[in-house]
Ligand binder design. Sequence first.
Ligand code: FES
Length: 433
Amino acid sequence: MAFLWTAGLTPPSFPSLSGNFQTDVLIIGGGMAGVLCAKKLQDAGVDTVLVEGKTIGHGITKGTTAVLTAQHDTLYQDMLQSSGSEKAGLYLRANLHAVQQFRHLSREIDCDFEEKPSIMYSLNDRAKMEREAKVLATLGFQADFLTETPMPFPVAGAVRYPGMAQFHPLKFLYGISRGLPIFENTFVDKLDETTALTKNGSIRAKKIIVATHYPFLNSHGLYFMKLYQKRSHVIAFENAPDLGCTIEDVGENGFYLRNYNDLLLIGGGDHRTGKQGGSFRAVREFAARNFPKAREKYVWANQDCVSLDGIPYIGPYSPGLENVYVASGFNLWGMTTSMIASDILTDAVLGRKNPYAEAFDPGRSILRGQLLANMGTTLADFLTPTAKRCSHLGCALKWNSAEHSWDCPCHGSRFDAHGRLIDNPAMRDSHVE
Ligand code: FES
């Protein structure tokens, strides 16, 4: 695989932890959410340390398509039904505020920030798109209902959000990480209350933020029931048109697209990690149908952590675990959600009330249909007879021939062909040979 965002970029370098350390706030995880938390806490004068198991941005951040938008499929009409207009409004305003903060911070960082409207379309459900535009209007945001898009085929209906954006995620991340107290290649094996233990030392903190994509503490919060992970496949093509927007198909198995310089990025072929799905083939077929002159330049896959109700979990880790906070379940919208997490968790650490926190509370009800789906998948896979077991909770690993990895359908851990850990929540390698 060849990642677009790492090409030609020299990452910053930070030391590893050696010895024992004390701080007021420890952040575990050096992706977009963790680094933004570190920046805001440091700006607020809080004694803060961030630790990253590998290098910053090395995990999910390097694979994002980095769209900065409050347009999250047709989530607002769903939220209006399930949670009411107050929470839907909070969710919307939190995301709009996040886009605005990226705009502001990007003024100081060379990160290819560009204003781009976000468009979503449906191939066959005009009413759904009209409904979404109406719901947004009732929530106070003026989106436009469209019947035409820049795509080379007709659509049933579309919704355009003005004032959205895109950027280069690693240029931004490396820019904001400058001067932050970060330890890289420092893998936290476990927590002893609010002390983090690593092979080369420990960090004792008053408060801890877990920003590890998938929360790594199994004993609290039931995240292994509340989250699953899915793979999404992205190809960056040259010799393809500039669409002038970021755009996505809201249908099942829909594709999402954005431009970067002279490239067109097309993502899709999504499937639950460890299960069969469209993979890169689906993206290639879509591109061949609609942009027949396009040529592949970069190819990669990424991993999304999906919550039960489509809303992230940001706040206290669980009732029985004091002074530990979590940010996870970002679904497909990790950029704005990372910014929201940094707002909510900075306020939580400082004891301030955050206006958006209620909509993202990890302690909300888990009674959703997806809970049964998650439990069913886990049970079926756990009972599958094979010697290749996942080091997380022992499910059967499945071979991913597109990426040459061993993937776990239960919670989405991944391992290379030799069993070395790639993606959590597993904390160690698995035996596969
Ligand atoms: Fe949980 Fe494999 S990821 S058992």
